[in-house]
Write a protein of this length. Structure first.
Length: 148
């Protein structure tokens, strides 16, 4: 899994042109807020995995190409605001890094609709099921810090 520290560094790097060229001082905060904290949706899967002992799902409700398209269309429709460009850029970078690092069977593994059509089965998304998401094996939520 692309670790939060990688998402932090890349999000900060992505925010620099917005900060310097567009003079948007909040660019680092927006980029990190979106580019890192989108992974908080893993907590939904973590809780689901703890509740279902027999079956593991990969729902990732905030990871979807559809959300990226909606974000950019919103940016276009609302006057191309800088903060939304930063947020959409950070989100797009996050998904692209996840795609490169986590290596799903296909790019559409990060489609919410595709995952839903497969019942959120991790084996339909990743060749090794959950191997790339070893953090799911943490015994408690407090052990998750090891994967940062
Ligand atoms: Zn992610």
């Amino acid at each position: 899994m692309a670790r939060p520290s990688v998402h932090l560094i890349t999000s900060l790097g992505l925010s620099l042109p917005y900060w310097k060229l567009a003079k948007y001082a909040l660019a680092p905060a927006v980029a990190v807020g979106v580019g890192v904290f989108v992974d908080l949706d893993h907590l939904a899967d973590f809780v689901d995995a703890r509740l279902r002992k027999d079956r593991h799902l990969v729902i990732l409700p905030l990871h979807g190409w559809e959300l990226m398209v909606v974000g950019w269309l919103t940016w276009l429709a609302t006057g191309r605001r800088v903060w939304l460009a930063v947020a959409c850029s950070a989100y797009s970078l996050h998904l692209s890094l996840d795609l490169l690092v986590n290596k799903p069977r296909a790019w559409y593994g990060y489609s919410l609709l595709y995952r839903a059509s497969r019942g959120f089965d991790p084996k339909a998304i990743w060749p090794d099921g959950v191997q790339t998401h070893t953090w799911m094996k943490a015994k408690s939520i407090w052990q998750l810090w090891r994967f940062i």
